[in-house]
Design a binder for this molecule. Structure first.
Ligand code: GLN
Ligand code: ZN
Length: 769
């Protein structure tokens, strides 16, 4: 290895790739629909990458010093790694060409499925709201360098005049996040294939070196997480083996191993002893570590600017952390704590936020600016950035003392809470009261809440927001939607109906818009998976509910039908998880404020005659801390906040909850402790695996394991659904089982939705007799 160019003083671990106006989403979805061809998709994407490089350079990152990360992805960075190393699941082997390469359309097919071929699973990326495509690895996986896309993107940057830093998910994290393939024998562990995978990474490193790359970033958040289904010693051994091997490659760029989302802890000595040149530490989530042998030979990249939240933060504190880091090694640099893919592009692109609120915030561009400032401080001394440090301190002080940040009425209420506010009546009594109030058949059928958010709905909402139609016209449009959704559900024969959520742009933003203490953004899009993005709300002040806001819709829906209508709320933990939350008080305090606001809404729904209320908590597991020691405290307050929201409900009111996943694992006790009467979860894509865990756990409340994978346009056949129901009934008493899709239907079209729900009803009727 001949190159010794130093690591850039300031960098980011990754940048949003969807485009400031979600250009990538539009292009990819249009390509899927046949609106543009592959060449046009590639052109739009190349343009986005070029614009990102230009932007990062203009914001102060070194254009030729490997400071600009090459972190673009058409869909998902884990899927990128899978396609790069030739890890095509066997059922998609037909997508490979003669040399085992999958082209871009094939890549999308693996992500989304096709005909009888189920897509790869999707699951949460560490403790974020980003979802990745889960690789499937078995003894048969034929690792080989199957894509040079990462090399071509580096070369593309070079042609543009930038020497960038290619970014790829590291081999250890890649295998830790994989699941065993369908044909793998019982007990097979993907990490057991590490030795076969490493030569592919070595080859890729060689190719990047030949192309002129000086630094490559390998993302290894798998090393910080203790929530990974693998013994810690196995993880540490894998890290040692992998980085010894990659570091020993003769022809390679310098290696930067990034470990975002938490502290490396016992993995730090392993990396320090390996031949890698730079180590990225998350110093927002973790502390500056103690010295370990070898660390002084590495460049330590201090992730002191929060990549996971939008507050401007305290630049002075960030600089102090870098100073502490510099005691450990003569070579240090500053970076974001995580990829900036978790924050929106630009605060200055928000016409509706007050200047005051904006002065407290930093989105991706502002964070890059902060990093450039800190890098200047590292190079020229603290005094050289004195003005910026003062401005940051002033903004922070202003934020903490601004009106609305503390609301005495809200605070009086949370501080008066007692234990009884967190508990409902006895479960058996509730079951009896609900049975006589609701009179539901065996295996009751329902949906998770939303019905397709059609182009018409989006058009009407846009027209209303623009002022082209009046509130009353918009409401009448929504009532028509609801009438149609009710008619459809009655025609299909569902037992518990929903209103379909047409009035909600987003399940969290809608609540943020109706609660005090929040603001919402106009352009603050953040990728959640593939082409999907959300606009997290900004929770900056004390939260309360000025007036009921879901009651009118639920009551209207109930007036249209004899069947019970399920009211639909988003739970406190999910509201927190999918918003950018104030960081000036414990999350627990904020969660209880949100819970009380929801509790008020539930009381009003009951008073309006709604007998079933679902409080969605799909994010319960997502916020679970990656470190085991931090988990009990989190689970306590998160469960308590759900209980606080729902415990005011009468025995006869049936409380449902919905979770978007089924890896119950460490959260099973928490899910039980929620004490919801009915819990719906995803189960279709994993073929009902979860029912075994449910049985083993002794879960004895109502449970609706999903029978329809709504992440794909496929319509499940009656036989397929019947098989899933049979599997569920093989493990769980029929009296507990509900039949429902995996999740809400908002991303689906009406044709596939209606066809799928009809199949669900047909399979359910057959199972009832
Ligand atoms: N009630 C919501 C819906 O159906 C739930 C969505 C979710 O779980 N993410 O859309
Ligand atoms: Zn869901």
């Amino acid at each position: 290895m001949s190159t010794t160019s130093p690591f850039p003083t300031g960098t980011v671990l990754g940048y949003p790739r969807i485009g400031r106006r979600r250009e990538l989403k539009r292009a990819v979805e249009s390509f899927w629909k046949g609106g543009i061809d592959l060449a046009e998709l590639e052109r739009v994407s190349a343009e986005l990458r070029a614009a990102t490089r230009d932007r990062l350079a203009s914001l102060g990152l070194d254009p030729v010093g490997s400071a600009i990360p090459e972190s673009f992805s058409y869909y998902d960075q884990v899927l990128d790694a899978a396609v790069t190393v030739g890890a095509t699941p066997a059922r998609f082997a037909y997508l490979e060409d003669a040399v085992g390469k999958v082209d871009l359309p094939g890549y999308f097919t693996i992500a989304r499925g096709e005909d009888e071929h189920l897509p790869v699973e999707m699951t949460k990326w560490f403790d974020t709201n980003y979802h990745y495509s889960v690789p499937e690895i078995g003894p048969e996986t034929n690792f080989h360098l199957a894509s040079d896309r990462i090399v071509r993107q580096f070369e593309e940057g070079k042609a543009q005049g930038y020497l960038t830093r290619p970014v790829i998910v590291g081999p250890v994290t890649f295998l830790l996040l994989s699941k065993p393939s369908e044909s793998a024998p019982a007990g097979f562990r993907p990490i057991s294939r590490l030795a076969d995978l490493l030569p592919v990474y070595t080859e890729l490193l060689g190719r990047l070196k030949d192309a002129g790359a000086e630094w490559v970033q390998l993302d290894e958040p798998g090393l910080v997480s203790e929530s990974i289904d693998e013994e810690r010693s196995v993880v540490l051994d894998a890290a040692a083996v992998a980085y010894q091997a990659l570091g020993s490659a003769i022809n390679r760029p310098q290696l930067f191993v990034a470990a975002p989302y938490a502290a490396l802890d016992d993995a730090l000595p392993v990396l320090a002893a390996s031949p890698v040149e730079a180590i990225g530490l998350d110093l927002v989530r973790g502390d500056v570590p103690a010295a370990v042998p070898g660390l002084e030979t590495k460049t330590l990249v201090g992730g002191v600017v929060d990549g996971h939240n939008v507050w401007r933060g305290d630049l002075g504190v960030a600089f102090e952390k870098l100073e502490a880091l510099s005691k450990l090694s003569p070579s240090i640099a500053v970076a974001s704590s995580t990829s900036l893919q978790h924050v929106p592009h630009d605060v200055n692109d928000e016409p509706n936020l007050s200047d005051r609120l904006k002065s407290w915030l930093a989105f991706a561009e502002q964070k890059v600016g902060q990093i450039a400032t800190l890098a200047r401080g590292l190079e020229a001394g603290r005094a050289s950035i004195g003005d910026e440090l003062n401005a940051s301190a002033t903004a922070l002080a202003d934020r903490l003392s601004a009106p609305g940040v503390k609301d005495n009425t809200v605070r009086a209420r949370t501080s008066a809470l007692t234990e009884s506010d967190f508990s409902r009546g006895d479960y058996d009594a509730r079951v009896a009261a609900q049975a006589s109030a609701l009179n539901l058949p065996d295996l009751p059928t329902t949906t998770i809440g939303s019905f397709p958010q059609t182009g018409d709905i989006r058009k009407a909402r846009a027209a209303f927001v623009k002022g082209d139609i009046t509130q009353e016209q918009y409401n009448e449009f929504l009532r028509d939607e609801i009438r149609n959704v009710v008619d459809l559900q009655e025609d299909i024969g569902l037992d518990v109906l929903v209103h379909g959520e047409p009035e909600r742009n987003d399940m969290v933003q809608y609540f943020a818009e109706n609660f005090d203490g929040f603001d919402v953004t106009a352009n603050g899009w953040v990728q959640s998976y593939g082409t999907r993005a959300t606009r997290p709300s900004l929770l900056w002040g004390d939260v309360s509910r000025p007036a009921p806001f879901t009651v009118e819709w639920s009551a209207f829906t109930q007036s249209l039908t004899e069947k019970p209508v399920k009211g639909m709320l988003t739970g406190p933990v999910t509201i927190l998880a999918w918003s950018f939350v104030r960081d000036d008080q414990p999350l627990e305090e904020t969660a209880n404020q949100v819970a009380l606001a929801l509790r008020d809404e539930i009381a009003d729904l009951e008073a309006a005659g709604i007998g079933i209320i679902q409080v969605d908590e799909p994010a319960l597991r997502e916020l679970l801390p990656l470190k085991v020691a931090d988990q009990p405290e989190y689970l306590k307050w998160s469960v308590d906040s759900f209980r606080l929201a729902t415990a005011g409900a009468a025995d006869a009111t049936q409380i449902h909850t919905h979770l978007c996943y089924s890896e119950f694992g460490v959260v099973i006790d928490a899910i039980r402790a929620l004490d919801a009467d009915v819990t719906s979860i995803e189960a279709a894509r994993s073929k009902m695996d979860v029912v075994h865990d449910i049985k083993a756990s002794g879960f004895d409340h109502g449970i609706g394991p999903g029978v329809y994978d709504i992440h794909s346009p496929r319509v499940p056949s009656v036989d397929e659904i019947s098989e899933l129901i049979t599997t569920a009934l093989g493990e769980i008493p029929a009296s507990q089982v509900w039949i429902n899709p995996d999740c809400g239907l908002k991303t689906r079209g009406y044709d596939e939705t209606a066809a799928s729900l009809r199949n669900i009803l047909e399979a359910t009727r057959a199972a009832r007799v």
